[in-house]
Design a protein around this ligand. Structure first.
Ligand code: NDP
Length: 296
C-alpha cells in the first residue's frame, strides 16, 4: 500500500484564505480588525524565525500584527506589565508569548497572566481546564491543526482507535483531549509505555509527538492507518542539514493509508490555526458568531 499524502501546506493555505475572507467581512460589516500581539524575549534564533513568520502571516490575512521584542534579561515584572497592558488593549484580540522563555522567567506564571479569552496558544490553565471538560476554549494550535486534517480526511472520527505518542502539555495531552472530544478511543503513550510498537499497531489514527527523529517506523503502523507526524527535528545527513519528523516517512508510508509529510504537514497548520484562533477570539470578544470549521 502507498499512503495518500495529507498535504498540510495546501490545507493550511485554504484555512488562511478562509480566515482572510472572514477578516475582510469583519472589516466591511463591523469596522473591526482582529489584532495579534506576539511577545519575544531574547534572541533565540528559532524563536526569531517563528515570530517573523507569524508576523508575515498575520499581515497577509489582513489582521493587525503587534510585535514586542524584549531583551533577554527583561525582568518578570516588566514582562507581566506588558501582558497587563495587552490584556487591557481592545485592539489586541490574541496574545502569544513565544516559548521557550529565558530561564530566569517563570513560563507558567507568564502564560497564566494572559487573559484566557486572548490566549490564542491555548496554554492558559483555564483553557486547559475548559478543553479537558469539553467546554468552549481556546485550543492549542498544533493539535487543532491535526484535528482539522483528520476531520477533513475521515469525516467523522467517532469509534476510531487513536494512539497519541507523547504526553506534553502543548501537543500530546491536548491532542488526546480533542480526539476524545470527537469520540475516538484514545491511548496516550510515552517513554514508559511497554511494547510501544504493539500499542501503536492498534491505532487507526497514530499521532507522533515524540521529538525523536524518525523513531516511528513502518513496524509501528497498522496497515491502512492514518499517521500524523507532529515532529520537527533538524538533523544532519550526508553532510547536509535536513528537517525530519518523528516518523520514518518511507517505511511508514509503505504501510499507512494516509500520512502527513515533514515538512509540509502539521507545521504549516500550526500558524494557520494561530490565525484562526485570533479570529475566533476577536469574534467572541465582539459578541459575533464564530466562523464555522475553524474551531474544535
Ligand atoms: P516534549 O519533549 O515536550 O514531549 C515528548 C513526549 O514524547 C514526552 O511525553 C515523552 O515521554 C515522549 N517520548 C520521548 N521519547 C519517547 C520514546 N522513546 N518512546 C515513547 N515516548 C517518548 O515534546 P513536544 O510535545 O513539545 O514536541 C513533540 C514533537 O513535536 C517535537 O518534535 C517538536 O519539535 C514537535 N512540535 C511541532 C510543532 C509543529 O508546529 N509542527 C509544534 C510543537 C512541537 P515522557 O513524558 O515519558 O518523557
Amino acid at each position: 500500500m502507498t499512503a495518500k499524502v495529507i498535504d498540510g501546506k495546501a490545507f493550511a493555505a485554504g484555512v488562511r484564505a478562509q480566515v482572510a475572507a472572514e477578516v475582510a467581512k469583519l472589516k466591511a460589516n463591523n469596522g473591526i480588525v482582529p489584532g495579534l500581539a506576539v511577545v519575544l524575549v531574547g534572541e533565540d534564533p528559532a524563536s526569531k524565525v517563528y515570530v517573523k513568520n507569524k508576523h508575515a502571516s498575520t499581515i497577509e490575512v489582513g489582521m493587525n500584527s503587534f510585535e514586542h521584542r524584549l531583551d533577554a534579561d527583561t525582568s518578570e515584572a516588566h514582562l507581566l506589565a506588558l501582558i497587563a497592558q495587552l490584556n487591557a488593549d481592545p485592539t489586541v484580540h490574541g496574545i502569544l508569548v513565544q516559548l521557550p522563555l529565558p530561564a530566569h522567567l517563570n513560563s507558567d506564571l507568564v502564560i497564566n497572566a494572559i487573559d484566557p479569552a486572548k490566549d490564542v496558544d491555548g496554554f492558559h490553565i483555564s483553557n486547559v481546564g475548559l478543553l479537558g471538560t469539553g467546554q468552549k476554549s481556546m485550543v492549542p494550535c498544533t493539535p487543532l491543526g491535526c484535528l482539522m486534517m483528520l476531520r477533513d480526511h475521515h469525516g467523522k472520527l467517532a469509534g476510531m482507535n487513536a494512539v497519541v505518542v507523547g504526553r506534553s502539555n502543548i501537543v500530546g495531552k491536548p491532542m488526546a483531549q480533542l480526539l476524545l472530544g470527537d469520540s475516538c478511543t484514545v491511548t496516550i503513550a510515552h517513554s514508559r509505555t511497554k511494547d510501544l510498537e504493539a500499542v501503536c499497531r492498534g491505532a487507526d489514527i497514530l499521532v507522533a509527538a515524540v521529538g525523536r527523529p524518525e523513531m516511528i517506523t513502518g513496524a509501528y503502523v497498522k496497515p491502512g492507518a492514518t499517521v500524523i507526524d507532529v515532529g520537527i527535528n533538524r538533523i544532519e545527513r550526508d553532510g547536509k542539514a535536513k528537517l525530519v519528523g518523528d516518523v520514518h516517512y518511507e517505511s511508514a508510508a509503505a504501510v499507512a493509508g494516509a500520512i502527513t509529510p515533514v515538512p509540509g504537514g502539521v507545521g504549516p497548520m500550526t500558524i494557520a490555526c494561530l490565525l484562526a484562533n485570533t479570529l475566533t477570539a476577536c469574534c467572541r470578544a465582539n459578541g459575533l458568531a464564530e466562523p464555522k470549521g475553524l474551531t474544535a
